[in-house]
Design a protein around this ligand. Structure first.
Ligand code: AMP
Ligand code: MG
Length: 406
């Protein structure tokens, strides 16, 4: 167990090293695969498009024939709509009317868009001659057979699933869903919806952690609230190690008299306990019982919210089999209020960001940054990042801000 202060990056690296990805694979419909992790490389076996086709509603012509005859008046040879094919090649002096997506007939090498034509006595007048290949989407110009389209470990969204569908695939192999348990520890906690005793507060972390993790598309198991009691906690963690891949707890990881979480995980398995140089945050416990990884978050609601986003989400993504992790998006903003603080930890200050008339972001941190103040998160729309070594910021300085919701 180490009590050294770690930077967020050091903690993340160590946590990701301890987190191993699931390997079980299942086949699901592409309609159920949004936000799932691809478990196979996808190689194209269909050319897209499968033949040269028209990019416009217009007329298929041959530019050489147009040049040779010098005539811009053409006879209509036929009409090709999407889903059909011309049964004869284009003849000299003629044009096929063609719709977007329809196969270009043999002998045609360009499509003139309708807007550049007119009709006169049943004949087509080309008002603007096309260049060779104009408005023709070439066979395989998007995807050619043999191309690697998607890599194992990709988190799939609409665009990836459309690509699979365009290959004729209606199912896809994905890693099984990660089973994640969530529990709030604390003898002072009352469940929302229940009657609260005089000595209790309503519990708020479980629903926050669950909501953050729902975005990752995990299978959540709610272990409810457990009192600060060694017997109950021991039973909880043994049960969790049988049922989930990851257990996320809040509370009881600090140095208080009733903070048993880390001792019990250490007794049943192994634990690393860190102080992370972030604010809000600080205590974070990472442990393992058998194959179950434990993330012990601080009980303070704002701290549990921030550490869930900064540490638990990347751990979950790695364990789901996602190959790449991108840190949450942050952008430059100009600070609109001066700030003084004690340097040392990286501060994630609750703040509001707005775009000014020049389209640049301006950020105003809240005056109260106490990590006990829940309303500071709801009123904020971003976290403003103050680097470890900075003790003072003045109006006009540039800082990084992390939007809470993209
Ligand atoms: P702890 O990390 O257990 O020392 O808790 C730190 C502070 O957060 C205490 O004031 C707790 O009452 C409070 N707290 C712990 N867990 C929760 C929770 N699930 N919901 C709301 N407050 C909590
Ligand atoms: Mg507690």
């Amino acid at each position: 167990m180490s009590s050294k202060w770690l930077s967020l990056e050091e903690a993340l690296t160590q946590a990701l090293n301890a987190a191993s990805a699931v390997s079980d694979i299942e086949q699901v419909s592409i309609f159920d695969a949004n936000n799932r992790i691809l478990a196979q490389d996808i190689v194209a076996n269909v050319d897209v498009p499968p033949w040269d086709n028209s990019a416009m509603d217009g007329y298929a012509v041959n530019t050489e024939a147009l040049e040779e005859t010098g005539s811009t008046k053409l006879e209509l040879q036929g009409v090709i709509t999407a889903g059909m094919r011309a049964d004869t090649p284009l003849q000299k002096g003629k044009a096929f009317k063609i719709m977007t997506g329809a196969p270009v007939p043999d002998n045609a090498n360009a499509v003139v868009m309708v807007e550049n034509t007119s009709e006169c006595d049943g004949q087509i007048i080309i008002n603007k001659s096309p260049l060779p290949h104009e408005n023709i989407r070439k066979k395989a110009n998007d995807i050619a057979c043999g191309d690697t389209l998607l890599q194992k470990g990709t988190r799939m969204h609409a665009e990836h699933l459309m690509l699979l569908s365009s290959q004729g695939k209606d199912t896809v192999e994905v890693f099984r869903k990660l089973r994640v348990g969530v529990v709030a520890t604390g003898s002072e906690l009352a469940s929302p919806g229940s009657t609260r005793a005089d000595t209790q507060i309503y519990e708020s972390n479980r629903v926050g952690i669950c909501s953050i993790l729902q975005n990752e598309n995990v299978e959540l198991i709610d272990f409810g609230i457990v009192e600060d009691d060694e017997v109950s906690l021991r039973k909880l963690f043994i049960d969790a190690s049988d049922r989930v891949d990851v257990m996320v707890s809040s509370g009881g990881v600090s140095v208080g008299d009733a903070d048993y979480v880390k001792d019990i995980i250490a007794e049943l398995g192994a634990i690393d306990f860190w102080k992370i140089a972030v604010k809000p945050g600080k205590p974070f416990a990472l442990g393992k019982i058998h194959n179950t990884l434990f993330c012990g978050l601080p009980g303070n609601p704002v701290s549990s919210f921030v550490t869930a986003k900064l540490l638990v989400v990347p751990i979950i993504k790695k364990m789901q089999g996602q190959s790449e992790y991108h840190a949450p998006l942050s952008v430059n903003a100009t600070i609109m209020a001066p700030l003084k603080r004690r340097a040392g930890r990286r501060d994630f200050q609750r703040a509001t960001m707005v775009k000014n008339a020049r389209g640049e972001w301006e950020v105003t941190p809240f005056k109260s940054q106490s990590s006990g103040v829940m309303t500071s998160i709801t009123a904020a729309n971003c976290l403003m990042i103050v680097p470890e070594d900075v003790s003072e910021l003045n109006i006009g300085d540039t800082v990084q801000v992390m939007p809470l919701h993209a």
